[in-house]
Design a protein around this ligand. Structure first.
Ligand SMILES: *[C@@H]1O[C@H](CO)[C@@H](O)[C@H](O)[C@H]1NC(C)=O
Ligand SMILES: *[C@@H]1O[C@H](CO)[C@@H](O)[C@H](O)[C@H]1NC(C)=O
Length: 492
């Protein structure tokens, strides 16, 4: 037994030593931002050798990531009779410190109380920044994991990705239910001695979850783009080199150096409707960083006039507006308009600083086709056409209306109106009805020569209205209320 233990220790020491010789990778994977909580089965059912192999595996798996806030954070929670938080997410912000911590973990032994550990995991993973992806990486021998279905479901419902590695095939069903799909890349059952073969595949699966879009396009126009990235340098730790070119024109490259404390740049003088590829390399003499890439396509060019609108239309005029104003690019505007279908076409030429005009002398109730065209400095012409309607001609309203009392319940109505095109007058008033309390309305149509009339049997407070009628319709009328005073002698 002693010899066996010694054997394990020797092996462990050898593993450690060989491990120490692996230098940190030259390029730090600054691909990602996310929280990874290792849930390590540390109970008595896990062989000591297995336990240390799992730790070594985790160390290898995490080695390439750049650590800390804004990058990858790693915590380690051990499962035993009682859970043990070996280190928290904020404890290690560089690989040296994480690797050292992973090498000094000792096994808890005891029961596999996974449920208790999951309660701690839930607390740790859900109290942090919700926008950062979170992973629970469960390393277990798969023996008697306990009733983990519910707490695992809860974690997943809160957006935590659950990945699992089991060294024994035993409770595959439980593990299958626990992990976040897809199973092929999130659940591994391997012999502990072959565990290294899954390192890369699992790391890729993790990167897929926590990959941060590092160089992003946050604003695009037809001639410019704003690129943003998560800062990895400071003023005195280096600078960024940025270069970009149209994807299909690699010889047309622009290069810029940007200060180490920058995280945003606007690139200008781009071609419209063109796909560019941009690269950003953080240059530091302390560390090597990945070069970040992004592709983007500028918006199509906007040529004035891009919008033409019509407002303030009256019977004989229409206001036409257009935009955008492009003083530097437009020589002049031309506005052409004609009645549909066959009116004469009129043309106006306007300077480049003008973005609206009023078309006058139009026919009422008529549809016009209006074309605004811009002659651009480069000789190009762009035109836009809209339809616009003039209003119907409004007919003259009644000019004057007067009521005067003649006798009780009888009044004289007098009015004045425009005579041109007049066909007659339409009068309405309310009369007292003999068989109902409600007054009834009476109407009369009078010839155009009438100027006044007499109305009898008016209801108290009757409204009297007179409208002029023209050949093309009825003009606005006037109304008065025949208000009977208490003495019944005066009408308002
Ligand atoms: C950008 O486009 C090029 C050409 O299509 C492609 O080879 C490259 O992978 C793209 N890069 C990114 C970051 O999408
Ligand atoms: C016309 O130009 C003025 C400023 O000169 C601007 O306020 C207005 O929005 C422009 N109208 C259109 C339709 O572009």
């Amino acid at each position: 037994m002693k010899g066996f233990l010694l054997g394990i220790c020797l092996l462990w020491a050898m593993l450690l030593r060989s491990n120490m010789h692996i230098a940190l990778p030259a390029t730090v994977l600054n691909c990602c931002e996310g929280d990874i909580l290792l849930l390590l089965d540390s109970s008595g059912s896990v062989a000591n050798y297995e336990f240390f192999r799992l730790l070594l595996f985790a160390a290898e798996l995490l080695r390439p990531f750049s650590l800390g806030r804004g990058h990858v954070r790693v915590g380690l929670l051990q499962v035993g009779t009682n859970p043990n938080l070996e280190f928290n997410l904020d404890d290690h912000n560089n690989q040296e410190s994480l690797q050292k911590a992973l090498q000094s973990v000792s096994q808890l032994q005891g029961d596999t109380n996974t449920e208790a550990a999951l309660r701690v995991a839930q607390r740790l993973l859900t109290k942090t920044d919700v926008n950062v992806p979170k992973i629970l990486l469960w390393l277990t021998d798969g023996v008697q994991p306990g009733d983990v279905d519910e707490p695992m479901s809860k974690l997943k419902a809160q957006g935590v990705s659950v990945l699992a590695i089991s060294t024994v095939h035993g409770n595959y069903q439980v593990l299958k239910r626990a992990v976040t799909p897809p199973l092929e890349s999130h659940l591994y059952s391997v012999d502990i001695d072959d565990i290294d073969i899954i390192t890369e595949e699992l790391r890729d699966a993790i990167i897929k979850i926590i990959r941060a879009e590092r160089l992003r396009v946050v604003h695009l126009t037809s001639h410019s783009a704003v690129l943003q990235w998560r800062p990895v340098l400071s003023t005195d730790s280096g600078y960024y080199e940025l270069w970009y070119n149209p994807v299909w024109k690699t010889d047309d490259e622009t290069r810029l150096n940007l200060p180490g404390d920058s995280s945003l740049v606007e690139v200008t003088n781009l071609q419209p409707d063109t796909t560019y590829t941009a690269a950003l390399r953080p240059e530091s003499n302390q560390k090597l960083f990945d070069t970040l890439y992004v592709n983007f396509t500028t918006l199509p060019d906007v040529l004035s006039p891009a919008v033409v609108s019509v407002s303030d239309s009256g019977p004989r005029q229409i206001r036409v507006s257009w935009g955008p104003l492009q003083l530097a690019r437009v020589q002049r505007y031309t506005v052409e308009y004609g009645a549909i279908p066959s009116g004469d076409v009129h043309t106006m030429t306007l300077p480049s600083q003008q973005n609206s005009t009023v078309l006058t002398g139009l026919e009422p109730g008529t549809q016009y086709l209006v074309t605004v065209s811009a002659l651009h400095v480069n000789g190009k012409e762009r035109a836009m056409t809209v339809r616009a309607c003039t209003q119907e001609a409004s007919l003259p309203a009644l000019a004057d209306l007067q009521l005067s009392l003649v006798e009780r319940r009888e009044i004289q109505v007098a009015w004045q109106a425009h005579q041109e095109g007049l066909k007659g007058y339409w009068l309405s008033w309310e009369t007292e009805s003999s068989h109902s309390i409600k007054p009834s309305t009476s109407y009369v149509y009078l010839p155009p020569t009438s100027r006044s009339t007499r109305l009898t049997h008016l209801a108290p407070n009757s409204r009297v209205c007179v409208s002029p009628v023209y050949s093309s319709g009825r003009g606005d009328g006037l109304c008065c209320t025949a208000e009977r005073r208490a003495d019944s002698r005066h009408w308002g």
